[in-house]
Design a protein around this ligand. Structure first.
Ligand SMILES: [Zn+2]
Length: 319
């Protein structure tokens, strides 16, 4: 039985100065959190059965009575998605916000974690682990397939047209687009869309796409997800080399993972954000220089050292 030890430590988000337990206790807790649970023979059996049925990589979560699973996009065609990302997005389509309860359980995948799938599990669930398919002659609980296909939302109209290269102008445009988004005031706050907008600029600065947050419909549909999956759905191609994504709010781990995975050349990807998000979901993402996910997913020295994430305005006092 092999379990891959995860290098991306959730504890990397911890460490706010002056708070929390003393370092020794925090380190012990972090080690406990980091230790992956061993997959049981039932997990290995489920993985073996599902891989055989699907003919490709799968991800699954063992619910109280049912095993929910999703197949990956297949190894042949390029895609920024994975079985894990499809499982999380599809569970929110099926169960709405009740998916969050299911995703407190470990998510198992038959392939190494990918930037988008891992980001989604970190933001909307708990932990993503690898399991090796193995036949033990067991009978896992009944399995239900989660099928997820991205359905693009109508793109918002962008009237602003700053000159190419005017990043601050585009950041302001994203902020205005977000502010003008039609968001229902009905129902609880968590069930409504958020006023966040994302723009895609080509390497020459031309506007290639725009999208809004629609997470009232599906919690995973942040503006950047609609933008990047919308571009891939429309073109079948990655975000072009040298592309700039301008977002009204600093991207979370899931969006950062998707932008990284969807970029033809992550080393030349630039993500500019208008407003900072102080929450933990937007810290230590793959777009952050020196972060754990960056060390994990960078394939070249250029990818390891690329700045990627830049605020539209330098912080006060930084010039
Ligand atoms: Zn996000």
């Amino acid at each position: 039985m092999t379990t891959e030890r995860r290098r991306d430590a959730p504890a990397a988000d911890a460490g706010a100065p002056g708070r929390g337990p003393p370092p020794g206790v925090a380190n012990r807790r972090a080690r406990r959190r980091r230790a992956p649970p061993a997959p049981t023979s039932l997990h290995e059996q489920a993985a073996a059965d599902l891989v055989e049925a699907a003919g490709e990589d799968v991800a699954f979560v063992l619910g109280p009575d049912v095993l929910w699973w999703a197949a990956g996009p297949g190894r042949g065609a390029w895609s920024p998605e994975s079985a894990a990302s499809r499982l999380v997005q599809g569970l929110y389509d099926l169960h709405g916000t009740r998916a969050a309860r299911l995703l407190r359980r470990p998510v198992w995948s038959t392939r190494d974690a990918d930037p988008f799938g891992l980001g989604l599990v970190k933001v909307h669930g708990k932990r993503l682990y690898r399991v090796t398919p193995r036949d033990h002659g067991l009978a896992p609980p009944p399995a239900r397939e989660v099928r997820w296909t991205f359905a693009p939302a109508p793109a918002p109209e962008v009237t602003a047209a700053p000159p190419p290269g005017d990043v601050a102008g585009w950041a302001e445009a994203s902020r205005r687009l977000a502010a003008g988004a039609r968001v229902s005031d009905d129902g609880p706050r968590w069930a409504r869309d958020r006023r966040v907008a994302a723009l895609l600029l080509g390497p020459e600065g031309a506007l290639l796409g725009a999208a809004l947050n629609t997470h009232g419909h599906n919690r995973t549909l942040h503006a950047e997800v609609n933008l990047a999956l919308g571009h891939v759905a429309a073109t079948g191609a990655p975000l072009p080399p040298g592309a700039t994504v301008v977002v009204s709010l600093r991207p979370c781990k899931a969006c950062a993972g998707l932008l990284w995975a969807a970029a033809a050349d992550p080393a030349r990807l630039r993500v500019v954000y208008a407003d900072d998000d102080p929450g933990p979901a937007a810290r230590n993402t793959v777009l952050c220089l020196g972060s754990d996910p960056r060390r994990r997913f960078a394939r070249t020295a250029a990818e390891l050292q690329a700045p990627c994430l830049v605020p539209a305005r330098a912080p006060d006092g930084a010039g």
